[in-house]
Design a protein around this ligand. Structure first.
Ligand code: TXA
Ligand code: MG
Length: 353
């Protein structure tokens, strides 16, 4: 017997959604605090929304079987209804209960990389509310590698939808404070377990195609996945856009303009700084090999490790926005490992508004 809420239509107004009190709960990691987890699971059971930490970014959690709760997720984020959400499960055995004809490739990937920053798109068994899948025959599933997320899913007993807990189009949240900034007053609880480790979202692989298709670059490197299942298909064509609607929406955009420059291109760096400063604008930089001698008002973040770049990228964009920076100049990183996902996010952020 499905919970009654499964059949109910959303019956709240925007004002109800946007005037609630958001509670931040300190979520210990080892071991997760059972009182905190059971309080959060109860909120989910009642159709409430709970932001939770994962190893990639914070997710905005709702009971995946509760249509009204999932619809609230879309309203809170301002997410287009044609962009389906990921269902987070707690155990590999749950893959067969959500998906039909799960392929050997899907099982091989799940066995090797779950829990971890990998999302698999599989054919579903038609059990989810329409909002979860946006009407597609497929559903995106992953097991997050975070004790708090896993404890919450296990306490609820089934899948939790979890889009990134940011306003649609903004950089994904890597701290509880980012979630509060974007969604405070719109959701019941934020479970705060500190900054996330990876900093960019999971890699999304469609395993209904042969070979599997990479739909979104992310925290698990393409090379690592290809080491298990061979060369992945990459598709930028219309067909992929239909299969992964999220890829066509504008993403990861700070308020500032973003200019991506080649690694080591000091001439372009100087030119941009002079040009923008000449207009009285505030300029900030994220660099790893380049250096600026005369720093002045220019804010500077230097990192040589691409994993650090990934971990702090969204956080840095948010800090620069708070400082009312007009232009962020970012030095390109090599597209190996998580560097490929970093460059994907940077290119999207640099798309002209
Ligand atoms: O790391 C992550 O994946 C984070 C954490 C919280 O788990 N979640 C996340 O969710 O980034 P979201 O909703 O921001 O991104 C989900 C991506 C979108 O690009 C969406 O279009 C795609 O997965 N997606 C979801 N369901 C799909 C489906 N059935 N077919 C193809 N793509 C799908
Ligand atoms: Mg997102």
């Amino acid at each position: 017997m499905l919970p009654e809420a499964h059949h109910r239509r959303a019956s709240f107004s925007l004002n109800d959604v946007f005037q609630m009190e958001t509670t931040i709960l300190n979520a210990t990691i080892s071991p997760p605090d059972t009182t905190v987890i059971s309080a959060a699971a109860n909120v989910l059971r009642q159709g409430g929304l709970v932001a939770f930490p994962t190893e990639t970014v914070y997710g905005l959690g709702a009971d995946s079987m509760n249509a009204a709760a999932v619809e609230r997720v879309f309203i809170c984020k301002g997410r287009p209804p044609d962009n389906p959400v990921i269902v987070h499960i707690g155990d590999r055995s749950q893959l067969d209960s959500v998906s039909e004809y799960t392929s050997l490739v899907a099982h091989a990937l799940a066995e090797r990389f779950w829990p971890g920053p990998l999302t698999l798109v599989v054919n579903h068994r038609k059990q989810f509310p329409r909002a979860v899948t946006a009407g597609l025959p497929t559903v995106a599933v992953r097991i997050p590698n975070h004790p708090v997320a896993l404890a919450l899913i296990r306490e609820l007993g089934h899948g939790i939808v979890g889009p990134s807990a940011n306003l649609s189009g903004k950089p994904s949240p890597t701290t509880a404070q980012h979630v509060l900034h974007d969604l405070g007053g719109r959701i019941e609880i934020i479970l705060d377990a500190g900054p996330t480790l990876i900093g960019v979202e999971s890699t999304v692989i469609d395993v209904t195609t042969s070979p599997p298709t990479i739909l979104r670059l992310g925290g698990l490197a393409r090379e690592t996945i290809e080491g298990v299942v061979g060369t992945l298909a990459t598709s930028h064509d219309l067909d992929t856009l239909k299969r992964s609607p999220g890829t066509r929406h504008r993403h990861y955009a700070p308020d500032a303009n973003v200019e991506l420059i080649e690694a080591g291109d000091s001439a372009r760096l100087e030119k941009l700084i002079v040009q923008y400063r000449g207009l009285g604008k505030r300029v900030a930089c994220i660099l790893h090999s380049l250096n600026i001698e005369e720093v002045n008002e220019t804010l500077l973040v230097v990192s040589t490790d691409v994993n650090d770049y990934a971990r702090y990228l969204f956080q840095t964009m948010r800090i620069f926005d708070e400082q009312k920076v007009d232009l962020i100049i970012v030095e390109s990183v090599p597209e190996v490992g998580v560097g490929e996902a970093v460059m994907d996010r940077l290119r999207r952020a640099a798309e002209k508004k």
